[in-house]
Design a protein around this ligand. Structure first.
Ligand code: ADP
Ligand code: ADP
Ligand code: MG
Length: 481
């Protein structure tokens, strides 16, 4: 939906592909044409690169936008697209290849002055030697799959006693999940922030960054709330990290949109983590603060055009936050809670953007990432963007399945989020399912208030109502406008 919208604005016709599970999906109806690529499992549909290319040839398609997920970071697919005489809206296959392997990425940037997390720079082959290195780095350490992604393929090792067992598990998991058993070691940064930079380059060697995003609110090493700009960075640090991000992109002759991810420790020292060679889920917050349509730029770059702006043309305007609306139960370990969207009403009004792919009555398929939507707010400053997000969450009506929305509301109102000092351990250290119970929805409060009036009868109706809706007390008198 995100890509088709921009294509329409540019006067470009679109062909959507879909699996049998997505027959009624919005993108199928919204595109000019739609073709079924196979049964629900992605290995039999969305991952069939050869079949997708054949469809493109049959329909005289000019270019393929790979979105995110699926084949978007598959160098082999990108190469086949080129070989078929089609345009791949993304970077070169060489850049995808280098950055798709965390080890190859580290090797590529090692010639530049980019700080990296202490660790091994080659795949572990000798477990005893790796154990010695871990002692030098200092526990806890993290074992990572070189081909990993989406927060998968990581194991924390707290002490040398666990080392061998965890290493064996990590290798076999990497083999079964990514078809590549290469793992390496990194120092585990205990209280890190995840800060990343949006970069974009054209095929003429111009590369700029579009500032930072902070994505430290994560569960299972995967982001749930993202914002731009990061509340942590000073102007000086922003410039320094921005330059480093552009350098990482230059290290692989990058063109297209990409993201350079860093991890930052308590001393605000930052280290290169990895580069994602595609449009990222959280790209809307960058679009909101810079005014740039990233998909439009991607398409222009793929056509061979030069970037339509220089670094000095770009500036940060206001603040933007994104909450990922996952069909997951935050009270049950964020496990997927698949089902039907019995009621689905989007929030509206100034500064609100909902990027979604579902409508009321639709089922969330079990086959793919259970993301229903991305709820994005934009305002003049961070607190206003937070207030707007809380309002939008209250207005968002999703009935039929559990979502990450009550969790997001809890986080947005937490003092550590408000003052910006949170790190990636927020969920582990500050969230339990009980937090959701003590933060009931407005409807529940209203029902409770009505019941209180009924039960207490004519005795003290007015007081019961105010007591029941404490968290909704008007701030009219207390705030300064
Ligand atoms: P980010 O863009 O921040 O790295 P994620 O890693 O959370 O975000 O999301 C992208 C990942 O989501 C992909 O690498 C892919 O594994 C997964 N994914 C699975 N199914 C889908 C889907 N239907 N739509 C988008 N992404 C999907
Ligand atoms: P993926 O490809 O799965 O996105 P990343 O290397 O980007 O893998 O890491 C994902 C997340 O895992 C980071 O945002 C961070 O929360 C955590 N993480 C990664 N490396 C480290 C590390 N060395 N120390 C602590 N946390 C880390
Ligand atoms: Mg990452």
């Amino acid at each position: 939906m995100r890509v088709i919208r921009t294509a329409k604005e540019m006067g470009i016709q679109t062909v959507a592909i879909f699996s049998e599970a997505d027959r009624n999906a919005l993108h199928v109806r919204y595109a000019d044409q739609a073709i079924c690529v196979g049964p629900p499992p992605s290995a039999q549909s969305y991952l069939l690169g050869g079949k997708i290319i054949e469809i493109c040839k049959d329909l005289n398609v000019d270019a393929i936008h790979p979105g995110y997920g699926f084949l978007s970071e598959n160098a082999d697919f990108c190469r086949k697209v080129h070989d078929a005489g089609l345009i791949f809206i993304g970077p070169s296959p060489e850049a995808i290849e280098v950055m798709g392997s965390k080890l190859a990425a580290k090797a590529a940037v090692s010639h530049y002055d980019i700080p990296m997390v202490p660790g091994t720079d080659e795949a572990i082959t000798d477990i005893e030697a790796a154990k010695d290195i871990s002692l030098t780095i200092g526990y806890p350490i993290l074992i990572k799959a070189s081909a990993g992604g989406g927060g998968k393929g990581m194991r924390i090792v707290q002490n040398p006693e666990e080392f061998e067992e965890q290493m064996e598990r990590a290798i076999s998991e990497a083999e079964s999940s990514f078809g590549d058993g290469s793992v390496f070691i990194e120092k585990f940064i205990t209280s890190p922030k995840h800060i990343e930079f949006q970069v974009i380059g054209d095929q003429h060697g111009n590369i700029v960054h579009l500032f930072d995003r902070e994505c430290s609110i994560q569960r299972r090493h995967q982001k749930v709330i993202e914002e731009a700009p990061s509340p942590t960075l000073t102007q000086e640090l922003r410039e320094k990290m921005g330059k480093a991000a552009v350098m990482v992109a230059k290290a692989c002759n990058y063109y297209g949109a990409g993201t350079v991810e860093f991890i930052m420790d308590e001393n605000r020292d930052f280290f290169f983590l990895e580069m994602n060679t595609r449009l990222q889920v959280e790209h809307p917050v960058t679009e909101e603060i810079t005014g740039v349509d990233l998909v439009k730029e991607q398409i222009r770059i793929a056509e061979g055009k030069a970037l339509s702006f220089k670094q000095e043309d770009l500036s940060i305007n206001g603040h933007s936050i994104e909450c990922r609306v996952y069909a997951e139960d935050p009270a049950n370990n964020f496990l997927p809670d698949i089902g039907r969207l019995e009621t689905y009403v989007r929030p509206q009004g100034t500064g609100i953007r909902v990027d979604d792919g579902f409508e009321e009555g639709m089922d969330i398929p079990i086959y793919y990432d259970p993301m229903i939507a991305k709820l994005v707010t934009k305002a003049d400053n961070r607190q206003a963007a937070i207030d707007r997000m809380v309002r939008a969450i209250d207005e968002y009506k999703i009935i039929g399945l559990e979502t990450t929305m009550p969790f997001c509301k809890y986080v947005l109102q937490h003092e550590l989020f408000i003052d910006g000092t949170f790190d990636t351990n927020f969920v582990a250290n500050h969230f339990t399912p009980d937090n959701l119970k003590s933060n009931p929805s407005k409807e529940m409060e209203q029902i409770a208030a009505l019941l209180a009036v009924k039960v207490v009868g004519s005795q003290k109706p007015a007081q019961s109502t105010t007591a029941a809706s404490q968290s909704n007390i008007s701030k009219w008198k207390s705030r300064r406008f």
